[in-house]
Write a protein that binds this ligand. Structure first.
Ligand SMILES: [Mn+2]
Length: 395
């Protein structure tokens, strides 16, 4: 019954209303006896250049995309203890933007996953009334909820890992399409266009970040984003490109030879970066630190310095000029707190070497799920070794 499996496939890429409710319950438990107020992204639909992105913490707790909403989470003893406030209906706005859910709609509960939906016009009055009625003590203490939400967001649910995996799978397809197309004489933006086409074709919303396609001298510019240079044979092209699908980001980098073959020097440096990446991934496990002096980056640096020759008298690790990685989720640089790695976290491991005088920047970036015992590379389907890259570029 093919339609059943199709339905399951689509179903698995949606976070359920129950999971959102569970997240709010965990936040309530982490900040008890408080009114937690989150404002969603403001309505910027009047600006046609606005991408209209929901505020990520708000999205994490509600799954709600429409602008101008307010989320209030109250202590468990108060009834109701969570309310979604939506902007009042505006005929004019709906003429431009289409139907929007508003308090009072018969289907407001099923559309939002909230038992209580009210108008933003009354949110402040309603919260004071509920706190008073619920005899919640008024301690005039204000605190940021964001650091607490960040800790929740760092550990992904099984469903979130599935959704991240989908964004990774699409991004891998995009990289492979660019590999097949790469050749001297092409412009960087043409490779970017090929990758964009794959993402959009798969129904993804957008690039998870400005795509970096940097050839030759541009490969050493970490966040190069102009993508306007014509590529030449004998050069490397660094592609740091990832899709955002169903709100979840992927972040993958590969560095390939424009004309399909690494020079001996490029291959030497490439294999050193790959060795450093493998050493760093081997250091990923619960309890390890991703920090600037943590064991993950130190493993990469140690590999570079014990396997590679110094350049201009400087140890090779000097040319790894950025951090070893970051958390990924709803945002490509996802919310995080300075805590050790734990099972369920998803991070990038992305060592690189940037040698300007050789016009050579090499970065290899993969996404890794922290498991109970170590790490699982989620982007392992995209070839990594120099020989495998060359082989795949021929097809
Ligand atoms: Mn990254």
């Amino acid at each position: 019954m093919p339609w059943v499996s199709l339905l399951l496939a689509i179903g698995s890429l949606v976070v359920s209303a129950d999971e959102y409710r569970e997240r709010r319950a965990r936040l309530r438990a982490a900040i008890p006896d408080a009114a937690i107020v989150l404002e969603g992204a403001p309505d910027t639909s009047g600006d046609p250049r606005s991408p209209m992105l929901q505020e990520p913490n708000f999205y994490y707790l509600t799954g709600w995309k429409e602008p101008g909403a307010v989320l209030v989470i109250l202590p468990a003893s108060v009834e109701p203890n969570e309310i979604l406030f939506l902007p009042p209906r505006s005929e004019r706005k709906e003429r431009y933007e289409g139907h929007r859910v508003a308090a009072g709609d018969a289907d407001a509960t099923s559309r939002t996953g909230f038992a209580k939906v009210m108008s933003t016009d009354v949110w402040e009055a309603e919260v004071s009334r509920l706190m008073q009625d619920g005899n919640v003590p008024r301690r005039m203490k204000l605190a940021e909820a964001a650091p607490v939400i960040a800790k929740l967001r760092m550990v992904k649910s099984r469903r979130e890992v599935d959704m991240i995996q989908h964004s990774i799978d699409v991004s891998i397809e995009a990289h492979l399409a660019a590999w097949r197309r790469a050749k001297a004489g092409l412009f960087e933006y043409q490779l970017a266009a090929t990758m964009t086409q794959v993402m959009m074709e798969q129904g993804c919303e957008r690039h998870a970040y400005r795509p970096v396609v940097g050839s030759g001298p541009n490969s050493v510019i970490l966040h190069y984003g102009f993508n306007h240079r014509r590529m030449d044979s004998g050069e490397l092209v660094l592609m740091d490109v990832g899709a955002e699908c169903n709100a979840y980001a992927a972040d993958i980098t590969r560095t390939i030879p424009v004309s399909g073959r690494f020079t001996p020097r490029q291959r030497e440096l490439y294999e050193l970066v790959l060795g450093a990446q493998k050493a760093a991934i081997a250091a990923v496990k619960p309890g390890a630190s991703m920090g600037s002096r943590g064991e993950v980056v130190e493993a990469a640096k140690k590999y570079l310095d014990t396997h590679g020759k110094p350049i201009h008298g400087k140890p090779l690790s000097t040319y790894l000029t950025h951090g070893i990685g970051h958390h990924v989720g709803l945002e490509v640089h996802d919310a995080s707190a300075d805590v050790p790695l734990a099972a369920g976290m998803v991070v990038t491991i992305e060592p690189g070497l940037y040698i300007a005088e050789e016009n050579t920047g090499i970065r290899i970036e993969d996404m890794v799920l922290v498991t109970e015992t170590g790490a699982k590379v989620l982007s392992s389907a995209l070839p990594r070794s120099a020989s495998d890259v060359e082989r795949r570029m021929q097809h």
